[in-house]
Write a protein that binds this ligand. Structure first.
Ligand SMILES: C[S@@+](CC[C@H](N)C(=O)[O-])C[C@H]1O[C@@H](n2cnc3c(N)ncnc32)[C@H](O)[C@@H]1O
Length: 364
């Protein structure tokens, strides 16, 4: 079987993955390029598993999506003198030759483009110094084949970098299928019993929680998954950022693609919802279990004073994979039912800004 995704047109799962990456890029770039003030004078985008740039039908892969989106900001890049470093790597020399020839049509003097053909771990080591520089913002896209490249050491190096968001791809069903195979388990320390007890559809959630567990308890870091079912198995993206605004933007992208659960290109919780269908017992539109659970736990946490102000509300929302719209709805309901006072709660990133006022939730 031909497993190389560039020898055939991208399938729907690959297209979904690229569309998440593309949408996130659209959200990420303006934060660094379209603001009045310039805090970061250098922007680095690393595509460590770049492929040749297109599939056999001419659909654009990650390198060309990056270039297309940057074109939108040429004026800002020029007027603010922002340095843009782009790094593309793939260990296939043939793919890199194709990419180089495609890139000739894109050449402009606004970006520094470096293209290499190295094994990932060498490529990563080679770029570490650039990624670690002050006053730079990094976006890392790690579209690996399989499961072996983003191991514990690489993950821990990435989360130590300042102003760095990353998105990596992983074949989570491989971890389930080969849970006892040393060639796979050598790269991840996930308990085989836990893998065994996790349903196939949920496996990417377990893999994400393994990576979450690698973050030191003293560190504020945000991680979110998106599961992708393809013909060949269950894959997923894992996003990470040290900044709540970064994770909010990623989650917005996910909820746009999966309006029911914000987390998968399939019915991950087996809700079997037909959009618009009315529940026979409640007479209301059917709702995903994930949303019901979030709303009920959020209400309890507020009423039990486990969440006491808007900053905590904002973080609770993001850490549970939701966005402020979901929480605002719950708050509105609690106010309407006279459970809490109508204080001006600021459930947004603004509550994280310097000198922001944190507002307490007052129970009635
Ligand atoms: C899933 S594809 C990437 C697709 C690409 N992002 C795109 O949009 O077209 C994975 C790529 O990683 C390359 N690759 C696999 N193992 C690698 C390694 N150890 N180091 C560097 N590249 C590798 C493969 O040649 C393949 O092109």
């Amino acid at each position: 079987m031909d497993r190389d995704l560039h020898n055939k047109p991208f399938d729907s799962g690959t297209k979904a993955k690229l569309s998440i990456f593309h949408d996130y890029l659209k959200e990420w770039l303006p934060v660094f390029l379209a603001k009045k003030e310039t805090y970061w004078h250098t922007i680095n985008i690393f595509d460590f598993f770049s492929g040749p740039g297109i599939d056999t039908n001419g659909n654009k892969g990650t390198p060309l999506l990056i270039l297309d989106e940057l074109e939108v900001y040429l004026k800002e890049i020029q007027s603010k003198n922002i340095i843009i470093n782009l790094y593309f790597n793939d260990y296939s020399a043939d793919k890199i030759e194709s990419l180089k020839s495609t890139l000739t049509t894109y050449e402009n003097s606004f970006f520094n483009i470096k293209v290499e053909s190295k094994d990932f771990k060498k490529a990563f080591k080679g770029q570490l110094q650039l990624m670690s520089k002050k006053d730079t913002a990094n976006l890392l896209f790690l579209d690996q084949t399989g499961v072996k490249q983003i191991d514990e050491n690489i993950f821990k190096s990435i989360i130590e970098l300042k102003t760095t968001d990353f998105l990596f791809f992983i074949s989570s069903s491989t971890i389930k299928r080969f849970k006892n195979h040393p060639a796979i388990s050598a790269y991840h320390n996930i308990n085989p019993d836990e893998i065994e007890n996790t349903e196939y559809d949920q496996i990417h959630r377990l893999v994400t929680s393994y990576y979450r567990g690698l973050i030191p308890k003293t560190k504020s870091y945000y991680i979110a998954p998106f599961s992708l079912k393809k013909k060949a198995g269950l894959y997923g993206l894992i996003f990470g950022s040290g900044n709540p605004f970064g994770i909010e933007k990623f989650l917005r992208t996910c909820w746009k693609i999966d309006p029911l659960r914000g987390e998968a290109n399939f019915d991950i919780d087996n809700d079997k919802i037909n959009p618009g269908q009315i529940d026979l017992f409640t007479g209301e539109a059917q709702r995903p279990k994930k949303i019901e659970k979030f709303e009920s736990e959020l209400k309890n946490n507020i009423l039990l004073k486990k969440i006491t102000n808007d900053k905590e509300l904002y973080l609770y929302t993001l850490n549970n994979g939701f966005i402020p719209t979901h929480t605002k709805k719950v708050i509105k309901e609690l106010i309407k039912n006279n459970k809490i006072k109508k204080n001006n709660l600021n459930i947004s990133y603004k509550v994280f800004k310097n000198n922001a006022i944190v507002t307490n939730i007052e129970l009635n």
